[in-house]
Structure formats: C-alpha cells, structure tokens
Write a protein that binds this ligand. Structure first.
Ligand SMILES: [Zn+2]
Length: 95
C-alpha cells in the first residue's frame, strides 16, 4: 500500500469524524500521539513503538486530509531528489 493509498483509506475511515473535530483538535491529537511515541521509545518495547508510530502516521494523514494536502506528493517533492539542502544521497550536510 502506498502512502497515497493509505491516506485515501484514512479518509474513508475517519474523514467524517475528522471534519467534525476540526483542524485544531486533530492537530492536538496528532501531537498527543507523538508524545505517546516518545514514551514508547523510552520504554523500548518494539511492538508498542510500532503501534504508536502507526498512530502518528494515521493522525498526520487525517490532518493532511483536512487541509487537502497529498502527503505522498509533498514528501516526494521535498525529498525525492535526496536531501533538500545538499541535494545528495546520503545527506552530506554538516551537523
Ligand atoms: Zn544534506
């Protein structure tokens, strides 16, 4: 499944609810899931990390659906040619 197909799936499952909740509340949920991912990373259990990472992507896609952003297109446009700063793969930017 491509990221675009996943975004479409999230739209089919959640768009009605996402639209009622609105952009601000959806963003807060997304950030909350990022926090849960941080907690899972600290605890280090791979199964929990995977579950929280899935939630982060799902909420980000919900947010993108609300603002009509095609995330796959946006990611490809920015990173498809390599690092957007040094234009190489792998990145050769200095830390
Ligand atoms: Zn770079």
């Amino acid at each position: 499944m491509s990221l675009r197909e996943l975004q479409k799936l999230m739209r089919e499952i959640y768009f009605e609810r996402d639209e009622k909740r609105g952009i601000s509340a959806t963003y807060i949920w997304f950030i909350s899931e990022v926090g849960e991912l941080a907690d899972a990373l600290v605890k280090g259990k791979t199964e929990d990390i995977a579950e929280e990472a899935a939630d982060v992507i799902a909420w980000l896609l919900s947010l993108c659906n609300l603002v009509n952003i095609d995330l796959e297109g946006a990611v490809y446009e920015k990173y498809g040619g390599g690092c957007p700063r040094c234009y190489t793969m792998p990145c050769r930017c200095e830390y």
